[in-house]
Design a protein around this ligand. Structure first.
Ligand SMILES: NC(=O)c1ccc[n+]([C@@H]2O[C@H](COP(=O)([O-])OP(=O)(O)OC[C@H]3O[C@@H](n4cnc5c(N)ncnc54)[C@H](OP(=O)(O)O)[C@@H]3O)[C@@H](O)[C@H]2O)c1
Length: 258
């Protein structure tokens, strides 16, 4: 039986790496993003389908789900990966950006999960389904130099954990993936991070893709990648939030324009 995966934000970075791994493992992928040329090139290479959609637009997501479910009534995997940065502190960040990053990073995941729910339930009835949410360590750490981004990821993590609890025993497993710094187009970490120490922890998009596949195979609900040092930073914020916010703020981005 063909397994169907919908991967949002598949036109670059982590989403592209996940789609490549899934295709290698025999999945039929539906690649979602806004840049048609990039999606088409990847789809031709890995034998996938493409769908253009702005996940920050609720009506567009509903139409996307309708189109895909007509072709594929059962969806075995939804990867909510589409996301964007929002650099700058809450003192200076453009307020339109604050709204946009919430729509794309948080609400986009909520809308996709609801839109594809009938397809995920159909797959759950005949063997099981997965929702993978690409959150971030910024979902557990208030990162002042990208405050609105961290807020969107805190919201996305709360949604992901709540959904996982709501779907317990439903046959649909929810996996929250929390990467640290990953070198991608939208997040050129080696260029923007000021601290040499933080730059030394930057990983590649494929490292995250490997974690996604393992999380599904092992039924893990939450994965921090890499585990060291980020797991400790999340714990430290829970114990001493002020101290951690100050340290991270000092060691973060070179400037708000990058
Ligand atoms: N890189 C990191 O350090 C890092 C760390 C932790 C978590 N993450 C998370 O990982 C995810 C992927 O990021 P990435 O690092 O791979 O960045 P990236 O290379 O910039 O990729 C972002 C992807 O999201 C898509 N996208 C952005 N806005 C969209 C929208 N409104 N509608 C549909 N698609 C949209 C982009 O495609 P189009 O522009 O073609 O639409 C692109 O495919 C994000 O959720 C990010 O927050 C990244």
């Amino acid at each position: 039986m063909e397994r169907i995966a919908v991967v949002t934000g598949a036109s670059s970075g982590i989403g592209e790496a996940i789609a490549r791994r899934l295709a290698r493992d025999g999945w039929r992928c539906v690649l979602v993003a806004r840049r048609e040329d990039r999606l088409r090139a990847l789809a031709d290479e890995i034998g996938a389908e493409i769908e253009l959609c702005d996940v920050g637009d609720r009506t567009a997501v509903e139409a996307l789900a309708e189109r895909v479910l007509e072709r594929h009534p059962a969806i075995h995997l939804l990867v909510n990966n589409a996301g964007m940065p929002a650099r700058g502190t809450f003192l200076s960040v453009d307020l339109d950006l604050v709204e946009e990053v919430m729509r794309v990073n948080y609400l986009g995941s909520v809308w996709c999960s609801r839109g594809f729910q009938p397809g995920l339930e159909a797959a759950a009835r005949v063997g099981g389904a997965h929702i993978v949410n690409l959150v971030s360590v910024a979902g557990t750490v208030s990162f002042a130099p990208a405050g609105a981004y961290a807020a969107s990821k805190h919201a996305q993590l709360a949604y992901s954990r709540s959904l996982g609890a709501a779907l317990r025993d439903s046959g649909i497993q929810v996996h929250s993936i929390l990467p640290g710094f990953v070198e991608t187009e939208g997040f050129p970490q080696k260029k923007v991070l000021r601290s040499r120490l933080l730059r030394s922890f930057v990983i590649e998009a494929d490292d995250v893709a490997v974690t996604v596949v393992k999380a599904m195979e092992k039924g893990k609900s939450e994965c921090v990648v890499p585990w060291f040092p980020y797991r400790f930073v999340g714990i430290a914020q829970a114990i001493a939030p002020g101290l951690v916010a100050r340290f991270v703020g000092m060691s973060a981005h070179r400037g708000e324009s990058v």
